[in-house]
Design a protein around this ligand. Structure first.
Ligand code: SAM
Length: 282
């Protein structure tokens, strides 16, 4: 196949350009899906023009998304709900915990799952593991269902796209309320909260809304080079625990207990952004 230069618009006047070999393209009922290959970053997934993960740096995002919440939950984590995450990278990291007995994953777009299983299989956890149940549907409706409330989760991990299209509802206050009800009394929720540099309204919006619902909320960050800047995560707990302090020792390629603690140190401009009044930031 012919190589060409493909660019992601990170911000007005700022592109990330990759020399790519196209591997797959589909207009799914939910989004435009591309799988490309670049000789530096490897294979990568693009949804609606936005890079979701590359083989070269996905470990930073997935380890930080999974190990921060799974190490702060005060009981050994046994059950996890993943919303989104159709590439399977979060599942891979969750299955590293021997205490895990049940993982339910709900992904709205079956095409993402199919394409990633074919072209990005190496990064995925094992969906054939008997502890794992994969459902295709909207995470917000699922989390509001009676079925979930009668079988709550220790961790809800919102591994979603930014709040446009199908993921918009995953940043609503009602969604966070349903997540709280879907958690065990010691449960925690984590969500990627976008890039404060280029999409500055998402982190303060997610922070404010989760703070209205959970007694304890923290923001932490990770540098994922192909996203263009540091990404924010919002971590919300039903118990007032010290979110900076891991309760169990886990070490990955990026994550370790020191990185965990340090990732909660926020630059002054992030702290200022979190104080932005609602009407300005929304
Ligand atoms: N690493 C990524 C990032 O932050 O850029 C997230 C990757 S993962 C592929 C995001 C997934 O969330 C997509 O596959 C998308 O289909 C899924 N998603 C978006 N809205 C959803 C919803 N309401 N319910 C379930 N899954 C959803």
């Amino acid at each position: 196949m012919t190589n060409y230069w493909w660019s992601e618009k990170i911000a007005p006047g700022y592109l990330h350009s990759y020399e790519v070999t196209p591997l797959y393209e589909e207009r799914t009922p939910h989004q435009h899906l591309l799988i490309l290959k670049n000789r530096f970053w490897g294979r990568f997934l693009v949804l609606d023009g936005v890079v979701q993960l590359t083989e070269g740096d996905e470990f930073i995002y997935h380890e930080m998304l999974v190990h921060v919440p799974l190490t702060v939950v005060s009981k050994e984590p046994q059950s996890v709900l993943i919303i989104g995450g159709g590439d399977g990278g979060s599942l891979r990291e969750i299955l590293r915990y021997p205490s895990i007995e049940r993982v339910v994953q709900i992904e709205v777009d079956e095409a993402v799952f199919r394409a990633c299983q074919k072209y990005l299989r190496e990064i995925s956890g094992d969906f054939d593991d008997p502890r794992v149940q994969l459902i295709f549907g909207d995470g917000a409706s699922y989390v509001a269902s009676e079925e979930v409330k009668s079988h709550p989760f220790d961790v809800v991990l919102v591994d979603c796209t930014d709040p446009v299209g199908p993921a918009k509802i995953l940043f609503e206050e009602d969604f966070y309320r349903h997540v709280r009800e879907a958690l065990t009394p010691w449960g925690v929720m984590v969500q990627q909260a976008s890039l404060p540099r280029t999409i500055p309204h998402v982190m303060p919006m997610a922070y404010r809304r989760t703070r209205r619902v959970f007694p304890q909320v923290g923001i932490y960050r990770a540098p994922v080079p192909t996203y263009g800047d540091e990404i924010a995560f919002v971590l919300a707990s039903k118990l007032e625990v010290d979110l900076r302090r891991p309760q169990r020792q886990v070490s990955g390629r990026y994550y370790n207990p020191e990185v965990h603690q340090a990732s909660f140190a926020l630059p002054t401009w992030w702290q200022d952004l979190l104080k932005t009044p609602e009407q300005e930031a929304a």
